[in-house]
Write a protein that binds this ligand. Structure first.
Ligand code: SF4
Length: 374
C-alpha cells in the first residue's frame, strides 16, 4: 500500500497525479469544472479528482433525492483541514435544494483511538456542528448524529463484515489493528445510512473528503457492489480535495501538531504566533527574493490565501507579486494575519449563537439513527 493513502496517518502527499493515476480516480473534466465553477476549491485547482461525481450531479439536476455525507472524529475544534470538508458539504447542500446533509460524529473511534470519553466528544461535537451552522448548513435538511447512538450504522457494519476478509482489508489498508478495520466498516455504515429505508433511500450520495480518505470510498464502493441484491445501494460518489499543508510546510495540517495548524477557535495572539513563525516559500535573503522571486506553490502562508480569502483577484495579485519578487514574506504574513483574524473573529461571534441549535440537532439526529428498519 502506498504510504500516501493512509487515512489514519498524517499524510504528506507529494505527487497527486501519481495517486490519481495509480488508484483510478477520475480527473475533473472541463464540463464538470464548469458546472461547479461557483466552488472556490474547484476554481483554484484544489480538487484533485472524483469517483462518479456525474452520477450525483445528474440526479441533483433532475431534482431527484440526493445526499452529501461525511464525518469527523471529534477530538478538537475545527482546524483548516476539517473546515474544508465541512465547507464542501455545505456547498453541495446549498447548491441543490434536493440534497440532504448527513454528518457522523465518530465518538467511538475517538474513544478507541485517542482514549477520549464520550462526554468530551459530545461537547466537541457541539462545537463542530455550530461551526458548520455558521458556514451555512441548513438544519432542516441535515441529520447529525453520534456514532455511539447509531444502531443502524453498526448493524450495517455487521452485515457488511460478512463479505469482507482480512486479506481484502489488508489490500486496501495494509496490516492494521483490528479496531481500525472495524472502524472502516462502521464508516461504510455511515456512508450508506442516507440510502437506507429509514431515510427514504436508496439514492446517490456524495462524500467530499481529503485525498487520503480514498481507501474508505473504495471499500464502500466494493461493498455496494457485493450487496447490490440485498440493498440496491448506489456506489458512493466522492470528490477529493488536496490536503492543506501544516504551517511548518511539510505535512498535512493535523491535530497532532497544534502549533502548526490554524483552528477556528484561535485567539488573535495564537494566530499571530503561528503565522509569524510559519515556514514560507521565500528566499534566504531579501536580495535573492527581489532577484528570484518567492515560491508561492511551496508556501503555507500562500495556502492561507487560497483557503481563506474569497477574493480570486487578490489571490492572483499576491501570487504574481510573490513570483516577481515584489513582495517580501514579512509584509505578506502581516497581510494574511489581518485577513485570517477578520475571518475568524467574525466566525467566532456568529458561532456563540449557534451552540444551542447544534446541541438540539445532535439530540434529534441521535433519535433518528437509533432504530433499524433495514
Ligand atoms: Fe509566501 Fe508571501 Fe513569502 Fe511569497 S511573499 S513566499 S506568498 S510568504
Amino acid at each position: 500500500m502506498l504510504r500516501e493513502f493512509d487515512p489514519w496517518a498524517t499524510s504528506d502527499i507529494k505527487d497527486y497525479d501519481k495517486l490519481v493515476d495509480e488508484f483510478g480516480i477520475s480527473r475533473l473534466s472541463d464540463d464538470l469544472a464548469k458546472k461547479l465553477n461557483d466552488n472556490k476549491y474547484v476554481r483554484r485547482g484544489l480538487i484533485i479528482g472524483h469517483r462518479e461525481l456525474d452520477l450525483y450531479l445528474n440526479h441533483a439536476e433532475s431534482g431527484k433525492k440526493i445526499s452529501v455525507i461525511s464525518g469527523i472524529k471529534p477530538t478538537g475544534i475545527f482546524h483548516l483541514g476539517s473546515m474544508i470538508t465541512a465547507e464542501q458539504m455545505v456547498y453541495f447542500q446549498k447548491k441543490f435544494f434536493n440534497s440532504a446533509l448527513y454528518y457522523s460524529i465518530a465518538d467511538l473511534e475517538a474513544y478507541m483511538d485517542n482514549g477520549q470519553d464520550l462526554v468530551t466528544s459530545k461537547k466537541l461535537a457541539i462545537e463542530n456542528v455550530a461551526d458548520m451552522l455558521v458556514m451555512g448548513m441548513d438544519p432542516k435538511r441535515s441529520v447529525v448524529y453520534m456514532q455511539s447512538s447509531a444502531l443502524l450504522v453498526s448493524d450495517l457494519a455487521f452485515i457488511f463484515s460478512d463479505d469482507v476478509t482480512v486479506n481484502m482489508l489488508q489490500d486496501i489498508y495494509g496490516e492494521r489493528r483490528f479496531s481500525l478495520y472495524l472502524s472502516a466498516l462502521v464508516q461504510s455504515g455511515d456512508i450508506f445510512l442516507p440510502q437506507t429505508k429509514n431515510f427514504g433511500g436508496p439514492n446517490p450520495v456524495l462524500v467530499p473528503v481529503g485525498a487520503d480518505q480514498d481507501p474508505h470510498i473504495r471499500l464502500s464502493r466494493d461493498l455496494a457492489f457485493k450487496h447490490r441484491n440485498d440493498f440496491a445501494f448506489f456506489p458512493p460518489s466522492s470528490i477529493y480535495h488536496k490536503l492543506i499543508r501544516s504551517l511548518s510546510g511539510d505535512e498535512k495540517m493535523s491535530k497532532r501538531n497544534p502549533d502548526s495548524m490554524i483552528t477556528l477557535a484561535d485567539s488573535k495572539a495564537d494566530l499571530k504566533r503561528k503565522i509569524m513563525a510559519a515556514f514560507t516559500g521565500g528566499r534566504i535573503t531579501i536580495e535573492e527574493q527581489r532577484r528570484l522571486g518567492g515560491e508561492p506553490d511551496k508556501c503555507p502562508v500562500f495556502d492561507l490565501y487560497l483557503y481563506f480569502d474569497d477574493d480570486d483577484k487578490e489571490i492572483s495579485k499576491v501570487r504574481s507579486e510573490c513570483l516577481a519578487g515584489q513582495r517580501l514574506c514579512g509584509e505578506c504574513k502581516q497581510q494574511v494575519l489581518e485577513m485570517v483574524n477578520l475571518n475568524i473573529e467574525e466566525h467566532q461571534s456568529k458561532k456563540i449563537k449557534m451552540l444551542d441549535l447544534a446541541d438540539d440537532m445532535i439530540q434529534k439526529g441521535n433519535e433518528l439513527v437509533k432504530n433499524n428498519n433495514l
